[in-house]
Design a protein around this ligand. Sequence first.
Ligand SMILES: C[S@@+](CC[C@H](N)C(=O)[O-])C[C@H]1O[C@@H](n2cnc3c(N)ncnc32)[C@H](O)[C@@H]1O
Length: 260
Amino acid sequence: MNGLQFDPEVSRQMETMYTTPDVIEQRRVVRTALALRPGDRVLDVGVGPGLLAEEMAAEVGPSGRICGIDISDSMLAIASARADVPGGPGIELELASADRIPHASESFDVVVSTQVFEYIDDVPSALNEVRRVLRPAGRVVLLDTDWGSVVWRSTDDVRMGRVLTAFEDHLADPHLPRTLAGVLDKSGFTVTHRQVVPILNAGYDQHTYSSGLIDIVGDFVPGHGEVTAEEAQAWADDLRSLGAGYFFSLNRYLFVASAL
Ligand SMILES: C[S@@+](CC[C@H](N)C(=O)[O-])C[C@H]1O[C@@H](n2cnc3c(N)ncnc32)[C@H](O)[C@@H]1O
């Protein structure tokens, strides 16, 4: 499996998708679950374009701390443009992976990671690192997609099935939410809250999450699961031609857990 590369082009595409109303609303739900207070010290694992980090910096204020790590240089370059938040601490960004967090033990009150753990091969070892850097009774908030939840209207359901199966290659675990509570439990966390966070796009609109996803999927799937470039193009053209009859939905799942 060759996973999704967060290169400069994909990173810019993701930044655009993450400024749509769909993902702005998702961040609002995540921030409600985070319930940050002034002075909180927060680590964002897989900080990506830094949109959540920027919002969190305004919430923790100048006495707080916001750190972000990511394995993608291009994502960190985008995030660095958001690092100076008026009324917040500067966002501290570092190139690092979740399974080797470059911070001292017990240095954070909260760790958050949205749309990242599904890309990680060894989730238990990343959770061990998260637990190490959290203070006792600190909490972690994770949000991941179950790609089995996708409902996407197409005029060719067989092709849609082939494309979605091929797209599952972009992740380490496309169904992580189904097992994540058990892994958290085994890693020394107590799950205190679970929630579904759905996205629904009815009627084709370019300024939606799924419009951007058509580009990401269409670029990724050729060569995976025997999907050809022509088939991927026909798949994308079909969706965009549905106009008012376009329909997309998927579920993300949010977990809040506290470190014992
Ligand atoms: C889908 S993006 C989500 C970005 C951000 N968390 C958000 O929700 O806006 C996934 C991000 O996770 C990063 N990532 C993937 N594997 C990682 C790992 N092992 N450690 C840290 N970051 C990782 C990618 O580089 C990318 O920036």
